[in-house]
Each structure stands twice: as C-alpha cells, then as structure tokens.
Design a protein around this ligand. Structure first.
Ligand code: FDA
Length: 398
C-alpha cells in the first residue's frame, strides 16, 4: 500500500516550508519532499549568507506578473510584519541594511531552522534526497474520490492535495529544475514565458574591450528602461554590468533593448560644466567629472574629448561629456543567464490559479506557490516575502 497523506508539498524551499508549517498547524498530515539533501538551500545562500528575508516596504508594486493584481490578496493577508513577528518570536537578531531590506545579523541558517521548527510543531514529515518524478490524479479503481499520486523513484505516495513549490530553473547547479512547469503543462495549465531575472547583463565584445579598465568600479546610478526606474549602485565587471541597479533593471530588459544610466543622479552636469568653464577654466575635464563620479569612469569619459581644460570645451563637447555620464544609453549583448540569475521571471500563468488560495481552478486540490508562479519580485527581500505569503495562503486551506 502506498503511504498516504492529506497534503504532499513538493519542494522544501522557502514557499514549501512556510506552507508546510501553516498546513501542519491546522492538523493536516503533511509530507514535504525535496530532491536536495538539505531543505531551503536557496535560503542558505541568500543575501550573501545572511538572508534578506523580507522588505518592510513590500507591496504589489514590487512585483512583475502578467496579472499585476494577482499577488495583492496573499501579500495583504501575510505581510512583512507578520514574518518579522515570527522571526522575533524565535529571538533571531536582524537589521535593516538599506531601502527596507531586512537581513539576519547571523547566518541564514537561523531562518531555515525556524521554518523547520514550525513544520515540526505541526508534525510534518520531510523526505530529503527524494526526486519527484511525476504527479497523477485519479481514482484507485474502487469508485472512491479522486486522489493524487506522487511518483518517486522506488515508490508512490498518495494525498488529497498536492502543492508544487519547486521554484524556477535559476542556479541549475543547486538542483533547480523546470519540474513545476512540466507538471503544470501536464495538467493543462499555461506557462508565461520564462527568462532569467535579477541577473548581470553582458557587453558586446567591442564594448567589453573599451570598458575593460573599469572592471571593479562601483557607482551610484539612476537606471531606467521604459517606465522602470531604480536608484541603486551599479558595478562594472570584466564581462558587463552588475550590482543592484543592473539586477533590478534586468527583470525589465529584453534582448535588443537599451538601458539608460545616469551616473551622476541629481546633478545637472551640462549647466554646472558651463558655469565652471567660466569659474574654473583651468581644471581638466577628468578632474572636474571626478567630483561627481568615480575617477576611473571620469577618466574614461573625459578621454572621449581632446580638451585639456574646461576652457577648451565647446558647448557640443560639454553636452557630449554630460550625456556620457548622465544619460549613457547602453545596449547589452545579453544576460549571464540562469547560471547566476537570482530568480526566474514568468512561470505558471496566474489566470489558472485562485489568488486567495493558489489552488488551480481546473484541478481541485492542486496548488502552485512561490517562484514557480508568474510573480517575480524586485531585489531586496520581495521574493522571499512572496514565498512566505503564497505559502501561507495555500497552507491555510490545502
Ligand atoms: P526554492 O527554489 O527556494 O525551492 C524549490 C525547492 O524544490 C528546492 O529545494 C528544490 O531542490 C526542490 N525541487 C525542485 N524540483 C524538485 C523535484 N522534481 N522533486 C523534489 N524537489 C524538487 N530572495 C530574497 O527575497 N532575498 C534574498 O536575499 C535572496 N537572495 C538570493 C540569492 C541567490 C544566490 C539566489 C539564487 C536567490 C535569491 N533570492 C533571494 C531568491 C529566492 O531564493 C527565491 O525567490 C526563493 O527561494 C523561491 O522560493 P521557492 O520555495 O519558490 O523555491
């Protein structure tokens, strides 16, 4: 006889563990299954090992989805403060780094241990190192209710409800897979095209050559693509651009598009240059620019004009210099892909799901939560907040 549970959760990552805790607290007999040898591996490596576990300003505007309203219900019912209360109840020390981003003072493992302890309270079983191969729904031939069968390598397990919490394909070397999408398609659900997001962008070969001297330089920017605008730091790398600014804009960028980067936000460089051409005529353009942007970037921009002193700059040259610094339009060659992407944009089409419970409308008892769903957060703790909130929304009913 196959083992039987009320709920089987596939994936013991952020969303799966949170869902298990909520379902276990209701007295449901829960089995969580994960192919990895340890639960919550992405939590462990997140936030540089300190887990940026939520964001105090988290709201629907921090998410990208084909249906921007879908995330509202779950986020509204389980807020950042709810998760902070849970973290506080375990005495886990934390701090705000910047822009509402909350990190553990210690290691991310504290968050994993907290979630495991919540799952333990509800008596959840956890099978690790166990790959799920398939999920089926049907009767056992005796005319009873339809149940789910979860197929493993050497056995099958049955349940009334199955929750898919298998995340997206980013960071394949951690066992990330497209399994959730495959199951969704098997049950007739649509997948919104998936792409790597929160990912560094790469230069064309010629730009790589021109800008190689800037590798390692970081600069505060306002970065934009169409209506998306972020004020964050950007980092030049030996392959292209990275840092929070670029990770954020990468979620909006599409191949062939340009992004616009202002490396001197808040300063009208053209006006200031014209003033100082009169007031400080002998200063070199590179030294002048270095008041506003890192010296290595200033040198590289100033080298585009022959003038040795501000006095020698024509109006056109002033405009050129200031545009290069404050309105740099760059067309990335591509992105670093799933190998380094923090998340996957796209996923199970939310049209198929209830925003209150995460249950599939056409397949009662089948739920999708966390990153596998077409809800992608900005950088800064929003993706975990979605994992917690969608996990609770589902765990309270499944
Ligand atoms: P998650 O990927 O966490 O879990 C899915 C689980 O399913 C995995 O444990 C996997 O092994 C398992 N699985 C997959 N297929 C299976 C199968 N067939 N059978 C059994 N098990 C299977 N976010 C944030 O808010 N703050 C942060 O600081 C960071 N930092 C960060 C750093 C890095 C390097 C990465 C890669 C990502 C982040 N993120 C983040 C994003 C965050 O980690 C991510 O959004 C959540 O982990 C998603 O949670 P899920 O539970 O949906 O998937």
């Amino acid at each position: 006889m196959a083992a039987s549970y009320d709920v089987i959760i596939i994936g013991a990552g952020a969303a799966g563990l949170m869902c298990g805790a909520a379902a276990g607290a209701r007295g449901r007999r829960v089995l969580m299954i994960d192919s990895a040898d340890k639960p919550g591996e992405k939590i462990r490596i997140s936030g540089g090992g300190r887990c940026n576990f939520t964001n105090i300003y988290c709201g629907p505007d921090n998410f990208i989805s084909q249906n921007p309203h879908f995330c509202k219900s779950a986020l509204g019912r389980y807020s950042a403060q709810d998760f902070i209360d849970l973290v506080n109840s375990y005495g886990i020390a934390w701090h705000e780094k910047t822009k509402g981003q909350l990190f553990c003072d210690g290691r991310s493992q504290e968050i994993i241990d907290m979630l495991l302890s919540e799952c333990d309270k509800g008596g959840c079983d956890l099978w690790l190192g166990t790959q799920v191969l398939d999920v089926k729904k049907g009767t056992d031939g005796t005319g009873g209710e339809e149940r789910f069968t979860v197929v493993l390598e050497h056995q099958s397990v049955t349940a009334d409800a199955v929750v898919i919490a298998t995340g997206g394909p980013s960071i394949p070397k951690m066992g990330a897979s497209r399994f959730g999408y495959e199951i969704a398609e098997r049950f007739g659900l649509d997948i919104v095209d998936t792409v790597p997001a929160l990912v560094p962008l790469t230069f064309t070969d010629s730009l790589k050559d021109t800008l190689k001297s800037l590798s390692g330089v970081s600069v505060d920017t306002t970065i934009s693509h169409a209506k998306a605008v972020f004020d964050e730091a950007m980092l030049f790398t030996h392959r292209g651009l990275s840092g929070p600014a670029v990770l954020q804009i990468s979620s909006y960028w599409e191949p062939g598009d340009s992004i616009t980067i202002n490396m001197a936000p808040g300063t009208d460089l053209t006006a200031r240059l014209k003033e100082d051409r009169l007031a400080r005529p002998r200063i070199s353009p590179a030294n002048w620019l270095a008041q506003f942007i890192p010296a290595r970037i200033a040198d590289s921009i100033a080298a585009q004009e022959k003038a040795q002193r501000l006095a020698d700059l024509s109006d056109k040259a002033i405009l050129n210099l200031s545009l290069m610094a404050s309105e740099w339009r760059v067309k990335p060659a591509g992105s670093e892909g799933y190998r380094t992407a923090e998340v996957t944009k796209g996923g199970v089409n939310t049209d198929a799901l209830s925003s209150k419970t995460m249950e599939t409308r056409s397949v009662p008892g089948l739920y999708f939560i966390g990153e596998v769903v077409d809800v992608t957060g900005h950088l800064g703790g929003h993706n975990f907040q979605w994992a917690w909130a969608s996990g609770v929304a589902c765990g309270e009913v499944c």
